[in-house]
Design a protein around this ligand. Sequence first.
Ligand code: MN
Length: 332
Amino acid sequence: MLDPMRRWAKYGEKPDYAGLLTFSGVPYTEDAGDLVGFDVAIIGAPMDDLTSDAPGARFGPRAIRAASCPPGPHLETKVDAIGEVLKVVDFGDAPVIPADPVTSHAAIRELVSTVIAAGLIPIVLGGDHSIAEPDMQACADRFGPVGLVHFDTHTDTGAAVFGATLSHGTPMYKLVEDGVVDPARYAQVGLRGYWPGEEELSWQRERGIRSWFMHDVRDHGIRAVVDQVVAALSTPAAEGAAGPGPVFLSIDIDVLDPAFAPGTGTPEPGGMTSADLLWAAREIARRLPLVGAEVVEVSPTNVGSRDITALVAERTVREILTGIAQRRLAQD
Ligand SMILES: [Mn+2]
């Protein structure tokens, strides 16, 4: 276990630009034995081999870590998720192999499984959206079929994209078809633009997948949409079960308007604001029982907090952590 704060201990905080690069300066380990006693593990999944347009998301995890700032109390909620409520560890990157997405996916699934086996919530930094497959497979291996809250411009429910079944446009199709995601507890938020077509949309409707389009967010507001998503996901996973079943939160940063997140592979104008996404990520984490989360498709072009896409991705992760912390505090 390495503590990036050690040399700055007498000051109580470390400059963001100095020392070992971990998420928010939290301790770093690659040893599963060190995970005991922690609540949340940050994992990097730096691969972009399966993108259908501009690559670059392989640089996402490093850029998100570089855009992070020290822990501190969230001014709105007054909760210091990283510094006080939760024990957060950076478990490093999955050992991905360039141009070998099958091996990379297996490595990601193994690392996420290790974190879940130790009783932690994994938060995975992408990476293209194909990593949703190993991320949620690892969750379902432990918890059974998961509910899914999916923020994205696109549905990612293609059976194939350009004829390829392994793609960042197909993970949600495969996860539903394979029984990893329960389609009755699957909510999509922020859809817009010109893909997918009727074939994919009718496949979704037949399975009961619920969609909130960007025009729903525009017309009704993010508060109403999140209320409806939470209600849809609050149904028990199995008949007779108490309370909502396990939920995975998947955030494709391209759900944001390109004005807020220009660094992404398949940008689409007319998207969400950062303020709406940050609030929504926190509320979902506070109100639903998350077993894992991912923030994907961050394709940085700048260094540190000067990369605005990595910056908003980092703050999105922190809002998820704040929501998890609020939920823990309410249960104590
Ligand atoms: Mn996506």
